[in-house]
Design a protein around this ligand. Structure first.
Ligand code: LMR
Length: 394
């Protein structure tokens, strides 16, 4: 059965982890996979997570099943973090999922199940796994222009022109904040425009929220999602706890559906639960339990928010320091756009060939589309990275 199987394409982001690990150079720099690294290059466990794990170990009495939806307290707490008071809880259906990717997958499974002819509109560029999942499910994928690559900013006109083609039941996939890979985020007026578009056309917004707290702040980063959610009758949201809680391997996340109260909400909840049952029955609980404890306990929450603020400030400092080092190396402000971006990522403008040269000649690793993870920068490696970029990009 397996002998003649074709090999599926390798995920370009995850492949970098293996290549980087195998590189013997002591001064190599990993700007690839989207994980937060501290100054020592480690992916740290947040203090609040350690504390919550310690408490959990002391108080947890059972590892028995919970429910197909996962723990209701976790879903409420995470939904509250994203939506605040914007949408009443009785309009929100939700399930716990294995990470944010699990949420994306379950929502798209549900879209295929309910409206197989829906087209899913994805920003160009986007996180590559969006396209992979949509294509794997056999849903029709449409691209909408998102990035003005020369300006390193959102291509508002292109986005509006392309999304003018959405039809009733289509799904518009949006990044809640810290757009991956561009770092160029929507403004308040864009979210309002999208809400109007969805109301007029009957298209359904689907927000992938993977970096809340990495941009400007927990509240600020959720503002667009909230503004949209209050204005539309229906929406989907996938939430990841991988980055802002540093719980990558624990796979904590949720899939939310916003709908009308009463029967529509009950139907959405039942459908989401069915998606979990058919996929893996019960979602993972360990990371979810830690997130709920952190969000509900004032001491743990304060510790988590303070550490998250520190991580955000480090990434902002790294952006400024890299832009400044590049200004000195190139004698121009052509990389000044890095400072205006949000979150971990920016597209530095390298072509795939230049990305290979950066890796082979300089030991600087990034995704083939030129995406850099600014959390991989440190005071020590910034001069080297700036020199390599200036040399290779000319
Ligand atoms: C990334 O974009 O690097 C992360 O979200 C990791 C992944 O799964 O691709």
């Amino acid at each position: 059965m397996f002998a003649d199987l074709p090999t599926p394409p390798i995920d370009k982001i995850i492949e970098l982890m293996t290549l980087f690990a195998a590189d013997p150079r002591g001064d190599k720099v990993d700007l690839g996979v989207g994980v937060y690294r501290n100054a020592a290059g480690q992916v740290p466990i947040m203090a609040a997570v350690k504390d919550a794990e310690h408490r959990l170990w002391q108080v947890q009495e059972t590892k028995g099943y919970i429910s197909f939806a996962g723990d209701a307290g976790f879903i409420d707490a995470l939904s509250g973090l994203v939506l605040g008071e914007a949408v009443p809880a009785d309009r929100v259906a939700g399930i716990a999922t294995p990470g944010g990717t699990g949420g994306v997958r379950q929502i798209l499974e549900l879209v295929r199940h309910l409206t197989p002819r829906a087209r899913v509109w994805v920003s160009d560029p986007s996180w590559p796994n969006h396209a992979v999942i949509i294509d794997h499910l056999g849903l029709e994928r449409r691209a909408y222009r998102y990035l003005d690559r020369d300006a390193g900013a959102v291509d508002r006109d292109g986005m509006r022109d392309d999304l003018a083609g959405v039809a009733q039941g289509d799904v518009i996939l949006l990044h809640g904040c810290c757009h991956n890979p561009s770092g160029a985020d929507l403004r308040a007026e864009d979210w309002d425009w999208l809400a109007g578009l969805c109301r007029r056309t009957g298209a359904i917004p689907f927000i992938d929220m993977a970096y809340q707290g990495f941009g400007t702040g927990l509240e600020e980063d959720a503002a667009g999602t909230r503004a949209l959610a209050v204005q539309v009758p229906e929406a989907f949201i996938a939430v990841s706890c991988s980055k802002n809680f540093g719980l990558y391997r624990e796979r904590a996340g949720v899939a939310l559906a916003i709908t009308d109260t009463g029967q529509p909400r009950a139907a959405a909840q039942a459908q989401l639960i069915a998606m979990n049952r058919m996929s893996f029955s019960f979602p993972p609980d360990h990371g979810a339990r830690l997130v709920e404890m952190i969000l509900r306990d004032p001491v743990l929450r304060a510790s988590w928010e303070a550490e998250l603020t520190g991580m955000r400030q480090t990434m902002q400092r790294n952006r400024s320091a890299l832009a400044e080092a590049l200004r000195q190396e190139t004698g121009s402000d052509r990389f000044g756009f890095l400072v205006g971006h949000q979150g971990m990522f920016s597209l530095c403008g390298a072509t795939p060939e230049q990305v290979l040269r950066l890796r082979d000649a300089h030991g600087v690793y990034m995704v083939p589309d030129g995406r850099i993870n600014v959390a991989g920068l440190t005071e020590t490696n910034i001069p080297k990275v700036a020199r390599a970029l200036a040399t290779v990009l000319g």
